[in-house]
Design a protein around this ligand. Structure first.
Ligand code: G1P
Length: 300
């Protein structure tokens, strides 16, 4: 079943302060997961889901993102002369992924504000937002499922994952109502990063959204919320509690594999996990890793 949603928006304007000094002169989205920058995984996921028009929301210091998805004529010529067919294909493939556009956020006033800068490009079409800090395993077709839910119910669809109490304050949290399908819920309310005592559930918003364009009108009026920032969660809440604005909001409860690259420890876990699964280096790496962990025993 094809989908009628073609546009993806990927906010990538954050300062990446958690990874300083590495991110002093390179965008955090360019940090490699093994040998591919994190942003490329996300763009490839969008393309796989049929989203052939990708808009990256960038900012100052983000030139490397544009270079990464652009041709690199000299490098290509060098690889060609050397007969390095494999690397040449890897480099060229990046530029053939799809149509990639860029817009700058200007002042970084929050995720909601970043999404609002996409309004002109998106126009009056349903679109998808992918957050670059969240990677979804290639085998798990989360976006495909979300687009199917959109097709069935209209409106907007968010992705949810059950998290332990200790992590509730790190996410937007949803109050939900069951539907006939066990992994699809109706969203009744949302709250950005609540204390665990005030959280309506343990269902956390993860970084994939199918959004009705009505979100833009709402975002224009959304006041700064949690952390003094314009929160996307607050705007989606408006849609959820006021269905007339842009249809209902549903949630897909995701139980597949999600990798977080947003802080140092989870970034390292992601690199180790994905490296150990690689066909080319996984065997050698895993053998070393087992040995390394064996030697650690008793040390910590
Ligand atoms: C953002 C959203 C939050 C969501 C999270 C998912 O927060 O504001 O609602 O749960 O992404 O990763 P951030 O992680 O950017 O602080």
């Amino acid at each position: 079943m094809g989908s009628s949603v073609f546009k993806a928006v990927i906010p990538a304007a954050g300062l990446g302060t958690r990874f300083l000094p590495a991110t002093k002169s390179i965008p955090k989205e360019m940090l490699p997961i093994v040998d591919k920058p994190a942003i490329q995984y996300v763009v490839e996921e969008a393309i796989r889901a049929g989203l052939s028009d990708v808009l990256l929301i960038t900012g100052r210091n983000k030139g490397a993102l544009e270079d990464h998805f652009d041709r690199a004529i000299e490098l290509e010529a060098t690889l060609e002369n050397r007969g390095d067919v494999e690397k040449l294909a890897a480099v060229k493939q990046i530029t053939e992924l799809g149509k990639i556009h860029y817009v700058r956020q200007g002042d970084p006033l929050g995720l909601g504000h970043a999404v609002l800068t996409a309004a002109n490009h998106v126009g009056y079409e349903t679109f998808v937002v992918l957050l670059g800090d969240d990677l979804i395993a290639e085998q798990d077709n989360l976006l495909g499922e979300m687009l199917d839910v959109h097709k069935k119910f209209g409106g907007s669809v968010i992705a949810l994952m059950e998290v332990p109490d200790s992590q509730v304050s790190l996410y937007g949290i949803a109050s939900v109502k069951k539907t006939d399908s066990p992994n699809i819920v109706e969203i009744l309310d949302l709250v950005e990063k609540p204390n665990v005592e005030n959280a309506p559930s343990n269902f956390a918003i993860i970084g994939r959204y199918v959004l009705d364009p009505a979100i833009f009108k709402v975002l224009e009026k959304t006041q700064a919320g949690r952390g003094g920032e314009i929160q996307l969660t607050d705007a989606i809440r408006e849609l959820a509690v006021n269905e007339k604005l842009g249809g209902p909001v549903h949630g897909v409860i995701f139980s597949g594999r999600r990798y977080d690259t947003g802080d140092r420890v989870s970034y390292l876990k992601t690199v180790v996990e994905l490296a150990s699964e690689r066909a080319d280096i996984g065997g050698e790496f895993t053998m070393w890793l087992k040995n390394f962990v064996g030697n650690l025993n008793g040390k910590r």
